[in-house]
Write a protein that binds this ligand. Structure first.
Ligand code: FBP
Length: 549
């Protein structure tokens, strides 16, 4: 594979491991755990893996000789910068335990596990992918691992390759499935451990013990770079309003972090829209007010950040989507036979009156997106809904109305952007390169410790990486019961933006100033080589969250 000059230099980067992982480790057990909610239900569903203790690693002055380990690894769901380093860390970790350990990668996500598609990851392959972005070392996929048949089929290949542990690198849904698989294998005495690693650019897989999911740092830095560039262009030409949608499926962590980094004129936080029970019109009017206030000062330009999950957080839309999810799940076979032109009417006829009216009022494109296939986990594919255009056009109409009434005298010309895929496979920042390598290496230590149903946990992340704390937490600890595909299921609780937490409060204290003044920040591109304050800073979200502790 031909490499660019930067790729060559980057290949030589040695991720900085937490000091505790640089030698042999011993396990320190913490207190027994409970799930975040619905304890009785989760306990009943996970009799073998519920209530296990948190664990922390400490240096072991008297290391025991390790036995060779055969380990399988799966990349699951959307790409996130640093996935390759998790695999590299895992490889180095099991090789440290024994030179005869082997790592097998299942191809194209959980589907490769079920279909027995795999490759042995040798040192030669691993070295090609150190510190690189992407998931192309083995590919990823969104097949949902949930049935006994899939688990049994997967077990066949694990037995064949003498694999004793499986590492699933994924987001909340994939780690939920990792927990179910761990429970199943433990229950049938399969002799296979399952360990999860917290991945997602969305930043919504986090709690006390998982301070951030990997990829969030790099992706938000990439988006902030381009938002900064747009802001500089915007401030140079002074003639456009830029509506910028940012990935993040449900939670607004990405939009909020980018706002903290770039100081735009407006940033919508979906969780606030929901908490304030805002309608789509409220959201539109809020933007129109800012456009009008800036126009009064002669500034007919600006930037608006929009989280991609916004639609699902507008309470009326949320109720509509919930009913649609159940309707489409219950009538999937019939719906599939209806020709496309008649599907809208079919939905209107089958919804409750209130939701039917909302659905009928939506622009054709948005209505169609809401009725398209869910992803395998039952989620609406929000990245396909063009919310930025919907909002821009509605703001345009609102301002035209105000102009007709003599209440607006400015100009409004909108441009649209969507940043998502641009950041998911970027070369990991130093933070993500170090964090991911540590997560993978730590997963090897968890396997060696004999645990199952645990997630690799590396903490203390605002400190230099050598001071990071390493250990594991039972995945069941993060679970609650939620409605999925029309039934209650145990799932890892998504961490949404908290309106009482430091990152949002910081943003809220500044946003009125950012709206009216032009206070843009231009973060520039990720730097891989140079002083630590330029290259190794974690996200502002993480820094504000930790500053309060
Ligand atoms: P994960 O939760 O699997 O990490 O994926 C996150 C994400 O990037 C979302 O931000 C986005 O809505 C979605 O994936 C897009 O999915 P796809 O890659 O299937 O288009």
């Amino acid at each position: 594979m031909k490499k660019s000059a930067l790729q060559q230099a980057r290949a030589a980067y040695q991720p900085k491991l937490p000091i505790v992982l640089t030698g042999a480790v011993r396990v320190v057990e913490g207190k027994a755990t409970e799930s975040v909610a619905d304890q009785a239900e989760i306990k009943a569903l996970f009799p073998n893996t519920y209530g296990l203790p948190e664990i922390r690693f400490e240096k072991n002055p008297a290391p025991a000789a390790g036995k060779p380990l055969n380990v399988g690894v799966i990349l699951s769901g959307g790409q996130a910068p640093g996935g390759h380093n998790v695999i590299c860390g895992l490889f180095d970790g099991i090789k440290k335990i024994s030179r005869d350990s082997r790592l097998y990668g299942f191809l194209m996500g959980p589907g490769g596990f079920v279909d027995h598609q795999y490759v042995e990851l040798t040192a030669e392959i691993i070295d090609e992918y150190r510190n690189t972005g992407g998931f192309d070392i083995i590919g990823s996929g969104r097949t949902k691992l949930e049935t006994k048949e899939q688990f049994d089929k997967g077990l066949e290949i694990l037995k064949q390759l003498d694999i004793k542990a499986l590492v699933i690198i994924g987001g909340d849904d994939s780690n939920t499935n990792a927990a179910i698989l761990a429970e199943y294998y433990k229950n049938i005495g399969a002799g296979v451990q399952v360990i999860g690693c917290p991945k997602t650019i969305d930043g919504d897989l986090k709690n006390e013990m998982i301070e951030t999911s990997f990829g969030f740092d790099t992706a938000t830095k990439v988006y902030s770079e381009v938002i900064g560039n747009i802001q500089r262009d915007c401030n140079s030409a002074k003639k456009y309003w830029h509506f910028i949608k940012l990935m993040g499926r449900s939670a607004s962590h990405i939009a909020l972090e980018c706002a903290l980094q770039t100081q735009p004129n407006h940033c919508i936080v979906s969780e606030e829209v929901e908490a304030k029970n805002m309608t789509l019109d409220d959201v539109v009017n809020q933007i129109a007010d800012i456009v009008a206030a800036r126009a009064e000062k002669g500034m007919n330009f600006g930037t608006v950040l929009i989280p991609e999950g916004l639609i699902e957080f507008i309470p009326a839309m949320k109720a509509l989507i919930a009913e649609l999810n159940d309707l489409l799940a219950a009538n999937a076979a019939e719906f599939a036979t209806i020709e496309a032109a008649k599907q809208r009417q079919y939905i209107i006829d089958h919804l409750s009156n209130e939701n039917a009216a909302i659905y009928a009022s939506l622009p054709e494109g948005v209505a169609r997106q809401l009725s398209l296939d869910r992803d395998p986990h039952g989620n609406v594919q929000v990245s396909l809904i063009e919310t930025e255009k919907l909002l821009g056009e509605m703001v345009g109409r609102c301002l035209a109305q105000r102009k007709a009434e003599g209440k607006f005298n400015g100009k409004f010309s909108a441009l649209y952007h969507f940043f998502g895929y641009e950041g998911r496979c970027a070369d990991p920042s130093n933070f993500d390169a170090d964090y991911c390598y540590a997560l993978g290496y730590n997963a090897a230590c968890l396997i060696n410790a004999g645990v199952t149903g645990y997630m690799s946990s590396v903490r203390n992340l605002t400190k230099p990486s050598v001071q990071w704390i390493a250990g594991g937490i039972p995945i069941t600890m993060m679970m609650n019961m939620e409605r999925r595909h029309g039934a209650m299921k145990p799932v890892i609780q998504k961490a949404l933006v908290r309106l009482d937490d430091a990152p949002f409060l910081k943003f809220a204290s500044k946003r009125d100033k950012w709206a009216i003044e032009t206070s843009y920040m231009y973060p520039g591109p990720i730097q891989y080589f140079g002083p630590a304050e330029v290259c190794d800073q974690p996200t502002m979200t993480l820094r504000y969250e930790h500053a309060g502790k």
